[in-house]
Design a protein around this ligand. Structure first.
Ligand SMILES: Nc1ncnc2c1ncn2[C@@H]1O[C@H](COP(=O)(O)OP(=O)(O)OP(=O)(O)O)[C@@H](O)[C@H]1O
Ligand SMILES: [Mg+2]
Length: 359
């Protein structure tokens, strides 16, 4: 990241009357970086984006764009949206219905001579392979085409910062994959800093250089996708990015005993009730027609091919004879079937121990 971030939030808080939507959030995005803001519905993602855009007046904290103060809480500076050097795309695309595609994209190009506007509009539309639609009107376009035009309109003025709020959520899944991929390449080539809001963890991992995970208005964890996935800061963060198996236990001497052996419990004191979160891909399976008493084994209750992986449902006996139902995800197709007995081993790098959230 450069010394001067393209966009920074410093101790930003925001309330709508009595609803506290954002609580003391600080983070920065570097030029050319794609940062995905993720979290459950209502956690404050769109509010942060709208504050960056200047569509909401900042109440507390500071906001800098390219090192310059764009907004300051408590009635301080407040640069209007059109002077912030930002491009925006929303879920509903919000194209101007009475303007052609080319005129939509040329709309924000005041800085260019009129003769140069159409050329820039066509050039930007071409990046999304929709320059042939320049003279069409928005109602004549499919959802995917409207999406590309909306992205082109936001990028045409060469903004320093792109703000995208759930830009792919209106598209069906195969088209979404394609447009995401195309968008990532165009954004990276543009050098703009991108703040992309999504509630889809897979989309965030696909698009992001870094992910900021929000929960109830605050920042739960920020980092590269690999950091959030392999080193989640909380059970919330661990379970946001995949289905997880949950075991329970109690800390004894810095460790917690499980059916898969003792796991490190870090600095947690003796007697702390904990939950152990295990990603499905961390449970490795092997054929075990003859169960060995010293090895954890399970009975397969269902096996489902999901395309790139197979999901196995397992029943096994846990600590103190408790019945466990676990999911194991195995790459490719495996031939385990209902009723098979399998030996189960745990990749401890994907088992996370946290204090139990409810006693
Ligand atoms: N204009 C508004 N007036 C009152 N409350 C609002 C307004 N906009 C948002 N809120 C509330 O602020 C909180 C945060 O909303 P926000 O739109 O930022 O969430 P979000 O993370 O974008 O959610 P979603 O994923 O559903 O889009 C929510 O509790 C929401 O109900
Ligand atoms: Mg939102």
């Amino acid at each position: 990241m450069t010394a001067k971030p393209a966009l920074s939030f410093e101790h930003v808080s925001h309330a709508y009357e009595r609803v506290r939507a954002v609580e003391d959030v600080s983070f920065a995005i570097g030029a050319g970086e794609v940062l995905c803001l993720v979290g459950p519905s209502g956690c404050g993602k769109s509010t942060l984006l709208r504050l960056a855009a200047g569509l909401e007046t900042l109440q507390h904290g500071h906001l800098h764009i390219a090192g310059e103060l764009a907004a300051c809480g408590g009635g301080g500076a407040n640069v209007p949206p059109e002077l912030r050097g930002i491009g925006m795309v929303f879920q509903d695309f919000a194209l101007f219905p009475h303007l052609s595609v080319a005129a939509n994209v040329a709309f924000g190009l005041h800085a260019l001579a009129p003769s140069a506007r159409r050329a820039r509009a066509l050039e930007t539309l071409a990046k999304f392979h929709v320059d042939d639609l320049a003279d069409a009107y928005p109602h004549m376009l499919s959802g995917g085409q409207q999406q590309r035009v909306a992205l082109a309109r936001a990028l045409a003025p060469k903004p320093r910062v792109m703000l995208l709020d759930e830009p792919f959520s209106g598209l069906d899944s195969r088209l979404k994959d394609h447009i995401r991929d195309e968008t990532l390449h165009v954004l990276k080539e543009s050098g703009a800093a991108t703040l992309l809001v999504t509630h889809d963890p897979e989309e965030a991992m696909f698009m992001a250089d870094r992910i900021a995970l929000m929960r109830d208005g605050h920042l739960e964890q920020i980092g590269r996708p690999v950091e959030l996935y392999f080193h989640p800061a909380s059970s919330f963060a661990a379970s946001f990015f995949s289905d997880v198996n949950r075991l329970t236990g109690t800390v004894t001497g810095g460790r917690v005993t499980t059916v898969f052996g003792a796991l490190d419990a870090g600095q947690l004191p003796n007697g702390t009730p904990v939950e152990i979160l295990i990603r499905p891909e961390a449970l490795h399976l092997a054929w075990a027609p003859d169960t060995k008493p010293d090895r954890p084994s399970a009975r397969v209750t269902a096996a489902r091919l999901l395309g790139r992986s197979t999901l196995l449902h397992l029943n096994m006996e846990g600590e103190e004879g408790r019945a466990l139902h676990l999911h194991s995800r195995v790459p490719k197709h495996v031939a385990f079937a209902e009723g098979d007995t399998v030996e189960v081993s745990l990749d401890i790098s994907q088992a996370f121990v946290f204090p139990a959230s409810t006693p």
